[in-house]
Design a protein around this ligand. Sequence first.
Ligand code: BES
Ligand code: MN
Ligand code: ZN
Length: 503
Amino acid sequence: MEFSIRALAPEKAKTGCLVLAVHAGGNAGGNNLLRAAQAADKAAAGALRRVLAQGDLAGKAGATLLLQKIPGLAAERVLLVSLGERKEFSVAQFREAVRGTAAALKGLGARDAVFPVADFAVGGRGLPWAVRHVISGMRESFYRFDQLKTQKKPAAPALAAVTLAITGAPVTLQAQAAVREAVATADGADLARTLGNLPPNLCTPSYLADEARKIAKQFKLGIEVLERKDMEKLGMGALLAVTAGSRQPPKLIVLRYAGAAKSKKPLVLVGKGITFDTGGISLKGGAEMDEMKFDMSGAGSVLGAIRALAGMRAPVNVVGVVPTCENMPDGAATRPGDIVTTMSGQTVEILNTDAEGRLILCDALTYSEKFDPEAVVDIATLTGACVVALGHVASGLFANDQKLADEILAAGDDAWDRAWQMPLWEDYQEQLRSNFADMANIGGRPAGSVTAACYLARFTRKLRWAHLDVAGTAWRSGREKGSTGRPVPLLVRLALRSAARRG
Ligand code: BES
Ligand code: MN
Ligand code: ZN
């Protein structure tokens, strides 16, 4: 779908569908119609107000009402969309309104639509914000994963172009930049979603490496893929222990985008890339085990974020580090009780082979020291305990630097891809005690997501580091099962905001 932005009077828009925003409440009187709707109503001699007075548009944010051929308007159709009560209008209602609009547009024959974006702006967030969020909401709703279905049902929607219309003001450079940024971010999020949705027999570590090579080729990025023998040379005993039971060769992907001066230290993104997590010898139960194909979502989000930043030519330096392998049971698999030496030199007693994410991450984090990073952020579907703590709304955030944590929280709020900070206190470290090695890889039942982060903290002492546990946010279960593409929007905002700050 193509997005563009231009100055345009709504009543004159020759389009398949003109979207007009209306607040609920009152008796559908004048102050409920937003600017574009008011202008259109005037041109249509009050036709919209009369329709609204009939009470056919529900008050809930996201409710829609489709009208055909309104005299006085150039548009073929008008889609009235409710923003809910004016005094309750906030980001959540905004998102509902965009979602409702997208759902209605999907079912139409219209090939293009006009969206008066300024009317959707949430107080205090500004026009570029509204532009970004209309586009991300539309793209999210229109995403499909049907490449493995032999019959594509329903047929692809007709809508191919959306014009964001600005009335009564010129289109600013910032608004135009917001379009480019949002489209590239959506491309990155779509990539992450598709990688997540692909089945584990296709989306293997080698497949991820090939995808990274494709991105590198398309955007002229630096790429390096470390093989098992390289990992052996580097002493990555923890990563090697996880891959030991798999027939698929492990990979460590390094993808570099340089959009800023060489002197600028890079942001390093490290993504957990377990393409299937059976638990290994500490085998998982059978229920919903298929969802462990999403255990490479951190890796997908790193590739997606870099693709987004490269696609918009962002003025940032970013390095993606993706350790990827399978966690399988086998005669050669790692046993509970095995002790391995990590790249850092510290030894780990693997008491549970299902706590494998932290094992591949600890070696990747040590490896990322070599990039002399400004900051390192790892992204991982790390613990079921994080889902218990935060559900499917917020990603869990842990950091050894409060400024970095605050930047991530702010970026998540800006992108509406939110995180919530959890403690990384020394007090939890004793749960990782081992009788036989420097540490164990599990910390028992209490505070499972905290002890997982505490484990990683032992490998990031030389780094400004944060960890995002996306176990609850990277995919949806049930009828709507599928990858969400989170936290690509957060990561992109984080990189852009820090570039803007440092100038
Ligand atoms: N990939 C899982 C975490 C996970 C589980 C994410 C369920 C989303 C839903 C991770 O590798 C894992 O198995 N973690 C264990 C750790 C435990 C053995 C300390 C867990 O959370 O149960
Ligand atoms: Mn596991
Ligand atoms: Zn896992």
